[in-house]
Write a protein that binds this ligand. Structure first.
Ligand code: UD1
Ligand code: CA
Length: 481
């Protein structure tokens, strides 16, 4: 970390016209979160005294969206400064300077450059401890459009020249400016005052401070980083490119932590996933929010897992959705299971095909293997929920609870009309509609008496003429016809 107090200035005043979107550019989503929130979070890792966002468009919308996102993330107090007219990057930084004390280091970041790593910024801050100005640069095969770092014969950085203002010789320079820099606030204030807009775009270029800093004084430091970290987002194509880099980094972290991914290109991590050893993740799995997978967990293909904890040795089979739910160890979930918010599975629970569970807990060893809806239910240990069982939890106005005590057996096709309680070790006969508490240990069933109808024949097949006759007879017979 730098030795001086730190102010981070995030430039975010650009309109983002090329997004062709109603959403301000810095609110476009990367890994399910606004671009700007990624930058704010990275800034937070540097332990700054203040974070200043220079905004121009959609200020209220941006502030509200960021506050909402950050409520669940790092709590970084952000100060907002308006740049009403976008007169250049230098002009943008000038807007923030009045609220930054002279003894601070100033780190300039960008709301649309979301992948920059805290570790890289630490290196830059360290360079900024010994230099009044430290630039973050990258080496590019094709530097078209970027500002070139111009050095003298001894290698001393002299200036940054924008692509459009560069001489043919300068255009050959492959070392380009990322836009990110660190400067001592007192010096930066002075350099910014001396900026003019006599250039091709008639803008106040932040990059022109380099020439001022290079005159006399200690050398301008240049720190090199990976190109992928400073990718900017100006349109949806670049947004997808950045998402791809983010995805690759997250899946690599998972693999380094011991997970086996059937194909890392077909796993999407849009949040934070932590794993125990020897986890296996099949293709087309999407993780969102905070997810933890215990050791040896297996996730089958085509699963969506959002804000979930899954205990060790649990297996999730194909096409399952686990949303704000937890499962303990040794559970079997799916294929085609849907665990909705508030679902808690204890150890060794089995939830099978086409079973939907909401706001319910299933105690250890309970099973609901086929075609069920369990909502607002407490399901005891070793309960067996038969195929097609439904907790009728909603009366049209209110949600009511169902309690099934330990060891009960619910026959297939039962409707449990809540509020209702099934006693321990009770058995419910298949096809029952249970609206009154069923006692423990007994067989309870509601079933119409089975009859076999004498003289009944199966319907016969008519030809079209006969059918017409049958229909017209039926219509004439209708009352009032
Ligand atoms: C800038 C650098 C260039 C560098 C490149 C890296 C300058 C003059 N040039 O060029 O050397 O290689 O970044 O991407 O700085 N912004 C504002 N207010 C403004 C102008 C810009 O907030 O008045 C914000 C924009 O939203 C954008 C960022 O600053 O996020 C960069 O501005 P842009 O005009 O795109 O600079 P570049 O031409 O990319
Ligand atoms: Ca740009």
């Amino acid at each position: 970390m730098g030795i001086k107090p730190l102010s981070v200035v995030i430039l975010a005043a650009g309109q983002g016209k090329r997004m062709n979107s109603d959403l301000p550019k810095v609110l476009q989503l990367l890994a399910g979160r606004p671009l700007l929130s990624h930058v704010v979070n990275t800034a937070h890792h540097l332990d700054p005294t203040s974070v200043v966002v220079v905004y121009g468009h959609g200020g209220a919308q941006v502030q509200a969206a960021l506050a909402q996102v950050q409520a669940t993330l790092a709590q970084v107090p952000v100060e907002w400064v308006l740049q009403a007219n976008q007169l250049g990057t230098g002009h943008a930084v000038m807007q923030a300077m009045p609220i930054i004390p002279d003894d601070h280091q100033v780190l300039v970041l960008y709301g649309d450059v979301p992948l920059i790593r805290a570790a890289t910024l630490q290196r830059l801050l360290e360079a900024g401890d010994t230099s009044p100005l430290a630039l973050l640069a990258v080496l590019m095969g094709d530097p078209t459009g970027y500002g070139r770092i111009v050095r003298d014969a001894t290698g001393k950085a002299l200036a940054i020249v924008e692509h459009r203002d560069a001489t043919p010789a300068q255009l050959n320079i492959r070392e380009v400016f990322s836009g990110i820099l660190v400067a001592k606030a007192s010096r930066l204030r002075g350099w910014l005052k001396s900026l003019s807009n006599t250039n091709d775009q008639q803008e106040y270029y932040l990059t022109d401070i380099v020439a001022a800093a290079a005159q006399g004084g200690p050398e301008v430091a240049v720190v090199i980083c990976d190109v992928a970290e400073v990718m900017g987002v100006n349109d949806k194509v670049q947004l997808a490119d950045v998402e791809g880099v983010y995805r690759r980094e997250r899946t690599r972290e998972l693999m380094r932590a011991g997970a086996t991914l059937a194909d890392p290109k077909r796993v999407d991590v849009r949040g934070t996933v932590t794993v125990g050893r020897d986890v296996f993740i099949d293709i087309n799995v999407i993780f969102e929010g905070e997810v933890h997978l215990g050791a040896r967990v297996k996730i089958g293909p085509n699963c969506l897992i959002r804000n979930a904890r899954i205990g060790q040795d649990t297996e999730v089979f194909a096409n399952s959705i686990i949303d704000n739910a937890t499962a303990a160890e040794n559970c079997r979930i799916g294929p085609y299971a849907r665990l909705r918010p508030g679902t808690v599975l204890y150890a060794e629970v089995h939830v099978g095909n086409f079973v939907e569970i909401k706001n319910s807990e299933l105690q250890a060893g309970a099973k609901a293997n086929h075609l069920s809806y369990l909502g607002d239910a407490h399901i005891g240990a070793k309960v067996n929920v038969g195929a097609g069982t439904i907790t009728c939890n909603y009366d049209g106005q209110n949600k009511w609870p169902t309690v099934i005590e330990d060891g009960a057996f619910i026959g297939s096709g039962s409707m449990l009309v809540a509020p209702v309680r099934i006693g321990a070790n009770a058995t419910i006969g298949a096809g029952s509609t249970i609206g009154i508490n069923a006692p423990a240990g007994k067989l309870t069933l509601t079933r119409a008496k089975q009859i076999s109808v004498e003289g009944w024949n199966r319907p016969q097949k008519f030809n079209d003429d006969e059918k017409g006759e049958v229909i017209s007879t039926a219509i004439q017979k209708k009352p009032g016809a």
